[in-house]
Design a protein around this ligand. Structure first.
Ligand SMILES: C[S@@+](CC[C@H](N)C(=O)[O-])C[C@H]1O[C@@H](n2cnc3c(N)ncnc32)[C@H](O)[C@@H]1O
Length: 398
């Protein structure tokens, strides 16, 4: 069986947790910090719904060396045979190298050498030049390297060996950008949750147990009780779930409605959805509910670190709202009910400050989920320069 190799995004801990969550019964092997292998055929992976990985590749072989010259020798011998299986026409070839100590210039030189050999075998071929060790998703997409005439070879160092894989799918950056920037209703004040992060949140919530529509007659309901402009709802809908959004602010519910309508029209997709105004600390949600996935209230936004008193006040304010929210959810759900909530953590020179309630989840009726390759505390989405980070808390109702 062919194995799947995932090239992980910027925050590899989130990517590991997401893959573990989606494939709990399949062996996942980290390859350094930039990649992971899963013992499943890449044709069985629905890469479009994965937010934390940037490329999906099929493992071709593993060489017992990290010597670039030997690797190039191998490719020069194996590739002419490999390309005979590709359709007629001009081929496009690209290379991405992870973890091996070589420069882009060396990669380009080797690529030209390989181009010559392929040409001698009678095929016309164009090389996509490297300006760095790796080609990014945009280069793979725009040069059609995952089309029938395209070929991106990925080389990943695995200890003293090198894995060679062929890219099957890359992150669809254009679609993500459109889902993010082209939707009619946005609000910088409530924050801009990247669609990729929303996918990770939904995947961590639903795992492999809550099935999407393609596997059953009616969709499972994913609730976002702090829906804002509806990024989580949009992504849940695209992933085959029935999104249910509630928010304290009537204007936000209107924004979500407009954004969902826009998404359904522009993506030619239909899914069941429901929205209502309500306070997450007291609202009685309608049933059924299959999972909760949300970015909660994050407190006041900060562009620089506030003084200690202000920070303490904001933290305790958010803590109280979220505590009451979790108590409200606990009253309405049964044991095993899954949640992934993105809560704020504040970056200070002494490290991240976490919400106090995270220390009393058991008392509130929840068990925090941990992952083999990412500890619970590592699931923090953070960009340099930010004060308010998002900590992803994955829970099961006890
Ligand atoms: C960080 S924003 C979520 C943004 C959202 N992920 C989006 O896609 O736009 C938090 C949202 O929580 C809402 N909110 C704050 N307190 C709430 C409460 N007690 N119950 C329900 N919603 C609340 C705010 O109106 C705001 O829309």
């Amino acid at each position: 069986m062919q194995k799947s190799l995932f090239i992980l995004g910027r925050q590899s801990t989130l990517a590991f947790a997401e893959l573990e969550s989606l494939y709990p019964d399949i062996t996942l092997t980290p390859i350094g910090t930039s990649a992971a292998i899963i013992d499943t055929n890449p044709t069985e992976v629905n890469f479009k719904r994965i937010g934390g990985s940037v490329k999906l590749a099929a493992v071709l072989t593993e060489l017992p060396t990290i010597d670039w010259n030997k690797i190039v020798d191998y490719v020069s011998t194996a590739l002419p045979e490999h390309v005979t299986y590709l359709p007629e026409g001009k081929l496009k070839l690209g290379f991405s190298v992870y973890g091996l100590n070589i420069t882009a210039a060396t990669i380009n030189k080797s690529a030209l050498q390989i181009k010559k050999i392929i040409k001698q075998s009678g095929r016309s071929i164009r090389i996509v030049p490297n300006s760095e060790q790796t080609l990014n998703s945009a280069q793979v997409l725009h040069n059609q390297l995952t089309s029938p005439l395209g070929l991106e070879l990925i080389f990943v160092r695995n200890g003293d060996k090198t894995i060679i894989a062929q890219t099957i799918a890359e992150q669809d950056i254009e679609s993500y950008a459109a889902r993010d920037q082209k939707r009619p209703m946005r609000d910088a004040r409530v924050g801009m949750l990247p669609p990729k992060l929303a996918q990770i949140i939904v995947n961590l919530a639903v795992g492999s147990k809550v099935q999407s529509k393609k596997d059953q007659p009616t969709s499972s309901v994913v609730l976002d009780p702090f829906c804002g402009t509806g990024v989580v709802l949009q992504e849940a809908g695209l992933m085959g779930f029935a999104p249910y959004g509630t928010d304290l602010d009537e204007r936000m519910v209107r924004y979500s409605r407009d954004n969902i309508n826009w998404l359904q029209q522009n993506w030619s997709i239909t899914f069941d959805w429901h929205l209502e105004v309500g306070d997450a600390t007291s609202l009685q949600w309608r049933k059924p509910l299959d999972a909760i996935a949300c970015e909660t209230y994050l407190g006041r936004p900060f562009s620089s670190l506030p003084d200690q008193d202000t920070l303490t006040e904001v933290m305790s304010d958010v803590n109280l709202i979220l505590k009451r929210f979790l108590q409200n959810v606990a009253r309405q759900t049964d044991s095993g009910f899954p949640l992934c909530i993105a809560v704020p953590a504040w970056k200070t020179p002494a490290g991240f400050k976490h919400l106090k309630l995270l220390d009393s989840l058991e008392v509130l009726g929840y068990t925090r989920q941990s992952f083999v390759h990412a500890s619970a505390e590592e699931l923090i989405y953070f960009r340099e320069g930010q004060i308010v980070a998002r900590e992803l808390v994955v829970l099961k109702r006890s």
